[in-house]
Design a protein around this ligand. Structure first.
Ligand SMILES: NC(=O)c1ccc[n+]([C@@H]2O[C@H](COP(=O)([O-])OP(=O)(O)OC[C@H]3O[C@@H](n4cnc5c(N)ncnc54)[C@H](OP(=O)(O)O)[C@@H]3O)[C@@H](O)[C@H]2O)c1
Length: 245
């Protein structure tokens, strides 16, 4: 049995990673700002973090927020992990963080670099967007009668349970560095994904494709966040929507 700390273990991905590892008999600690007894804000660190990492073999780092502070959080986590002599640090990242100059992606890339330089054995998996994220985005956009989409952008969403399975598998193995990217089964236009969402949720909205400015948009349009050669996911967006009901 291994003792594993899952940061962000209450989130969309972390919850499933935690369930999977527990089902396989590992002792799993869940850390998040609100998860007792390891309620820690990683951006602040402190004694709660030292307690959470003490005696841990492996850390699966899923905690993140696009609102900022991930680099500081990683600095605290790496420092505490080093002091506790943790053997393996597993990080979940996003396909194209090194290609698309989008603020959150730059931060994810910087955290990858921190982990690689940590001196701790590490593993990094990059995946495409989870179906859940697209559904959240479309839900927000569908609040208005006209649903605006970034013109010419495609996506390759993936089933988060499949990512959790892979990440849990990596967590119980040894450090292997950067592993092959993982993408969903289909590369599709945002418009086709949005229309699938509207159909499944019984909403009628006009869809408008809006061209945007900037380098990040240009790289999204060019497909820098896609990995068609690694379309290893099986669950489609429609499968996800049907299951969600
Ligand atoms: N969503 C996607 O499409 C996607 C695709 C590829 C990779 N990823 C990566 O996968 C990871 C998980 O994504 P997700 O969608 O599962 O995220 P999520 O549902 O938003 O969950 C984020 C988790 O992080 C915790 N957290 C946030 N800020 C924290 C802080 N300062 N200190 C401690 N815990 C904190 C949250 O719990 P509290 O609120 O209780 O702190 C929550 O458990 C992220 O690294 C993300 O970049 C996501």
């Amino acid at each position: 049995m291994t003792t594993i700390l899952v940061t962000g273990g209450t989130g969309t991905l972390g919850r499933l990673v935690t369930e999977r590892l527990r089902a396989d008999g590992h002792e799993v600690r869940v850390l998040s700002r609100h998860a007792e007894p390891y309620a820690v804000d990683l951006r602040e660190g402190g004694t709660g973090l030292e307690t959470a990492v003490a005696g841990v073999d492996t850390i699966v780092h899923c905690a993140s927020t696009p609102r900022g502070g991930d680099e500081r959080a990683a600095q605290h986590l790496v420092g505490a992990a080093r002091r506790a002599e943790v053997g393996h640090l597993v990080y979940i990242s996003i396909v194209g963080v090194d290609r698309v100059p989008f603020g959150y992606y730059r931060t994810k890339l910087a955290v990858e670099r921190q982990i690689e330089a940590s001196g701790i054995g590490w593993t990094v998996l990059r995946t495409t967007q989870f179906h859940d994220l697209l559904a959240q985005v479309f839900q927000v956009l569908a609040k208005s009668p006209v649903l605006p989409l970034p013109a010419g952008v495609r996506d390759q969403p993936i089933e988060v349970a499949e990512v959790a399975e892979r990440l849990a598998g990596l967590a119980v193995g040894g450090p292997v560095g950067r592993v092959a990217d993982m993408g969903g089964p289909e590369v599709r236009s945002f418009e086709s994904l949005a229309r699938a969402y509207l159909r499944a949720t019984g909403r009628k909205r006009a869809v408008v494709n809006v061209p945007l400015a900037g380098k990040a948009y240009r790289e999204f349009r060019a497909g820098g966040h896609l990995t068609p050669e690694r379309a290893v996911g099986e669950g489609t967006f429609e499968d996800y929507l049907a299951r969600r009901g």
